[in-house]
Design a binder for this molecule. Structure first.
Ligand SMILES: [Cu+2]
Length: 449
C-alpha cells in the first residue's frame, strides 16, 4: 500500500515536471522549430564516384541541450571541419571502397569496418597489432600526423558502422565513429537484395545512437587519466544531438558541428499513392543496450548487423516489434508505415481488427475518424507545443487562449525514443536526450512547407 501511494504521489508530481520540461524544450529551440527553416530531413549520403573517401581524425566540440559544450574527437570529411558523428559513407554493392585516414590527434588512431571481409590496410591484410603480447590496435593505425589507407570490396548490402580500432573503449566514446551504407544491386530504394525490402526513397533515415560521459571527455581534453569504473554517461544522443536538437534540420546553422537531423518525416500509408514504408537504419556506438521505439505503429525488423533476416532455407525471419534493442556496436534496419493495419498484431491505432484495412483518408474529417482520443473539457487541457488543435490530420483549429503552436499544416508528431527513460535526459533533465519525432504530414498535395 505504501509503495502504491508513493507511485500516486509521483504521478501527481510528474505532471508539472513534464510541463516544465516541455517549456524548457520550447525555449531551447530558440523559437525556431526545425520545420520553420525548411528542413532537409533524412539520410545525408557522402558519396564519391570511385568510392574513395578521405577522413581526418580531429578534435572539436558539440553542443548538448543543457547548454554545455563537450570536447569530442571525430572523423571529418576530407579537410573539412570537425563533425560528429562522422560522414555517412554511401557506396554500391561490389564497389571497391577506399578510405584514407589522416590523423591530426596526438595519439594513434585507426578505422575498422565491422561486417566487411578482407579489409586491407596500406595494401596488406588488416589484422590486430601487438606489442610484446599486448594488443595495441585492432588494425594498422595512423600515427600522429600520419596516414593510413584502408580498402575493401563492399560485397554485402546493408547498414554498417565504421569506428576506431585503436583503444576503442576510449576513442569510440570520444566520437571516432560513423556509418557506412552499402546499396544493393537491386537499386537505391531497396535496403537489401530482396524485393520486400523496398522502401520510399523520400523516407530513408539513419539514427546513430550514442552516449557521453562529459567527465571522461574533460579528462581526455586535459590529458588526464580516466577511471572507466567511474564511467557515467550524462548525455544520450541521436546523430550526435540531444532532443530537441534532434528535430533541427540537416546542417542547421546553430549546430555547425552536428550536421545530421534525426527528424523522420513521412506521409500516411496509402495503397495507391504511398504504398512503400519508411526505412530506419539504427546504429549504436555506445556501450549500453538502447531499447528504442517509435510510437504509432510497430516497425518490421528486416536486418541486423548488415544481414537480412533469413533462415537457412531462405525463409523470411523478419518480424514486427514495438521496442527494438540496439546493442553496442550493432545495427538494425526496420520498415515502418503509419496508418496501415498491422495484420497479426490484433490492432492498429484506429482499433481496426486484423485484415480490416484502413481506408485512404480515414483520418480526415470527411471520413469521421479522428485520432482515437476523447478530447477533455477545455479547462482540463494542456496543449503540446506541436499540437494542431485538431485530432484530424491536415486540420488546424484554434488553440486555447494563451497557447501557441509550432504546428504548420495540421501534421501529427509521434515521439520515437529510448524506452530506457533515464536516456531521454541531459544531466537528468527530462526530454533532452535520446528522443526524436516522426512527423506525419497530410497526404499530398498539402499546404505543408
Ligand atoms: Cu515510448
Amino acid at each position: 500500500m505504501r509503495f502504491l501511494s508513493i507511485i500516486r504521489l509521483l504521478g501527481r508530481r510528474l505532471v508539472p515536471v513534464i510541463l516544465l520540461a516541455s517549456l524548457a524544450v520550447g525555449l531551447a529551440t530558440n523559437g525556431s522549430p526545425a520545420a520553420a527553416t525548411g528542413p532537409t530531413s533524412g539520410l545525408v549520403c557522402t558519396t564519391n564516384p570511385s568510392a574513395t573517401f578521405t577522413l581526418t581524425a580531429k578534435a572539436g566540440s558539440i553542443s548538448v541541450p543543457d547548454g554545455n559544450v563537450v570536447y569530442m574527437w571525430g572523423y571529418a570529411p576530407g579537410n573539412g571541419p570537425f563533425q560528429y558523428p562522422g560522414p555517412v559513407l554511401c557506396v554500391n554493392q561490389e564497389d571497391t571502397v577506399t578510405v584514407v585516414l589522416h590523423n591530426t590527434l596526438s595519439e594513434d588512431v585507426s578505422i575498422v569496418f565491422p561486417g566487411q571481409a578482407d579489409v586491407l590496410a596500406d595494401g596488406a591484410p588488416s589484422q590486430p597489432v601487438y606489442d610484446d603480447g599486448n594488443l595495441l590496435s585492432l588494425t594498422k593505425a595512423a600515427a600522429p600526423g600520419g596516414s593510413v589507407t584502408y580498402s575493401f570490396v563492399a560485397s554485402e548490402p546493408g547498414t554498417y558502422l565504421y569506428h576506431s580500432g585503436t583503444d576503442p573503449d576510449k576513442q569510440v566514446q570520444m566520437g571516432l565513429a560513423g556509418a557506412l551504407v552499402v546499396r544493393p544491386g537491386l537499386g537505391p530504394d531497396y535496403a537489401y537484395d530482396s524485393a520486400d525490402t523496398r522502401f520510399n526513397s523520400d523516407a530513408e533515415f539513419l539514427l546513430v545512437l550514442s552516449e557521453i560521459d562529459p567527465v571522461m571527455h574533460q579528462a581526455v581534453e586535459q590529458g588526464q587519466p580516466f577511471d572507466m569504473t567511474q564511467y557515467h554517461p550524462r548525455y544520450w544522443l541521436i546523430n550526435g544531438r540531444g532532443f530537441p536538437d534532434t528535430l533541427a534540420p540537416n546542417y542547421a546553422s546553430w549546430l555547425p558541428d552536428q550536421p545530421y537531423s534525426a527528424l523522420e518525416r513521412i506521409h500516411p500509408y496509402d495503397p495507391v499513392s504511398n504504398p512503400l514504408p519508411m526505412l530506419t537504419r539504427y546504429l549504436s556506438t555506445g556501450s549500453f543496450d538502447y531499447p528504442f521505439h517509435p510510437h504509432g505503429a510497430h516497425g518490421r525488423v528486416i536486418a541486423r548487423d548488415g544481414r537480412l533476416l533469413r533462415g537457412a532455407g531462405g525463409e523470411d525471419l523478419s518480424y514486427e516489434k514495438f521496442t527494438v534493442t540496439i546493442g553496442p556496436g550493432q545495427t538494425l534496419d526496420t520498415l515502418y508505415t503509419w496508418g496501415d493495419t498491422h495484420a497479426g498484431l490484433g490492432y492498429d491505432i484506429y482499433g481496426h481488427a486484423p485484415g480490416d484495412p484502413m481506408q485512404p483518408g480515414e483520418y480526415a474529417p470527411d471520413h469521421g475518424k479522428p485520432l482515437p482520443v476523447t478530447i477533455p473539457q477545455e479547462q482540463d487541457q494542456t496543449m503540446g507545443m506541436y499540437y494542431s488543435g485538431s485530432p484530424f490530420l491536415g486540420v488546424m483549429e484554434p488553440m486555447l487562449p494563451g497557447m501557441m503552436t509550432y504546428n504548420q499544416c495540421g501534421e501529427n508528431y509521434l515521439i520515437a525514443h529510448s524506452h530506457a527513460l533515464h536516456m531521454i535526459v541531459a544531466w537528468d533533465v527530462l526530454m533532452s536526450g535520446m528522443a526524436t519525432y516522426i512527423r506525419i504530414d497530410p497526404p499530398l498535395p498539402n499546404m505543408c512547407p
